[in-house]
Design a protein. Structure first.
Length: 236
C-alpha cells in the first residue's frame, strides 16, 4: 500500500465484506430449517447439519446443482487447508526458527525445516479433524475465528489506528489473547461438558477484550517505536 490511509481503508472494507459473507450463514441455516422441517424434503437430522448447503442445492437445482456445490466445497476446502499449511510452515520456519531461534541459517536448512513443519502441521490437522468427527463445522469455525481474533484483532487495529502502540504491547497482547482463548476453550463445556469451569462455549467475548486491554495497557506503560527513535536521535 502506498499510504497508511489506504491500508486502513482496505482493512475496513475487508472486515465489512467478510462480515456480510459470514452473516449469510444465518440465512442459509434459516432456509434449511424452513425447507427440511416443513416436510418438503424430509426432516433435517441435527447430526447432518453440515450438509445443509448441498441438500438445499439438491432441492433447488437437482443432482447437477448438488454436484456443482459439492465440487466447489471440496475445492474450497483443499485450497483453504493447503494455504493454511503453507502459511503455518512459513511462519514457523522463517519467523520463529530463522529469525528468533537461529539468527543465521542457510536457505537449504530453512527449506528443510519448512517442509518438515508442513508435514507436522498436516498431521496435527488430520488428527484434530478425526477428533472433531460429527461436530458442527460452523461451530468449529467460530472457535477458530475466536482464537484468531483474540490473537490478531487487537494488534491489527491498534497498529493501524493508534500511533501510541508499542512493540512490547503488541507481543504481550497477541500472547495474552492466544493463550486465554485456548485456555477458555479447554475449560468450556465444549471440552469438559457439564462440569466445565467456564460456562460459555465461545471464548471471544472474554479473550478479545483481554487482548485489547493488554495491548493498550502495556503500550501506555512502555515507549512506542516512534518515541524510541526520537530518544535515540536526541541522544546522538
Amino acid at each position: 500500500m502506498p499510504k497508511p490511509s489506504d491500508a486502513r481503508k482496505s482493512t475496513v472494507i475487508a472486515i465489512i465484506v467478510m462480515g456480510i459473507f459470514y452473516l449469510l450463514i444465518l440465512f442459509l441455516g434459516l432456509g434449511a430449517i424452513y425447507f427440511f422441517n416443513q416436510g418438503i424434503t424430509g426432516v433435517l437430522n441435527p447430526a447432518d447439519a453440515n450438509l445443509s448447503a448441498p441438500l438445499l442445492a439438491q432441492y433447488i437445482g437437482g443432482d447437477v446443482f448438488y454436484a456443482v456445490i459439492s465440487s466447489i466445497a471440496f475445492a474450497t476446502i483443499l485450497g483453504t487447508v493447503s494455504g493454511l499449511i503453507m502459511a503455518s510452515a512459513g511462519a514457523i520456519a522463517h519467523d520463529i526458527y530463522a529469525e528468533v531461534l537461529k539468527k543465521k541459517t542457510d536457505e537449504r536448512k530453512a527449506l528443510r525445516i519448512s517442509k518438515l513443519t508442513a508435514v507436522g502441521v498436516g498431521i496435527i490437522a488430520i488428527l484434530l479433524g478425526i477428533m472433531s468427527k460429527g461436530q458442527n463445522v460452523a461451530f468449529l469455525v467460530g472457535l477458530a475465528f475466536a482464537i484468531a481474533a483474540s490473537a490478531n484483532l487487537p494488534a491489527l487495529l491498534c497498529t493501524l489506528f493508534w500511533k501510541r502502540t508499542s512493540e512490547m504491547g503488541l507481543v504481550l497482547g497477541i500472547a495474552s489473547g492466544l493463550i486465554s482463548s485456548i485456555v477458555l476453550i479447554v475449560i468450556s463445556p465444549t471440552m469438559m461438558g457439564s462440569g466445565a469451569f467456564f460456562s460459555l462455549n465461545n471464548p471471544g467475548i472474554i479473550s478479545i477484550p483481554l487482548g485489547f486491554a493488554v495491548t493498550i495497557g502495556v503500550s501506555l506503560m512502555s515507549k512506542s517505536e516512534a518515541e524510541e527513535v526520537i530518544a535515540e536521535k536526541a541522544a546522538t
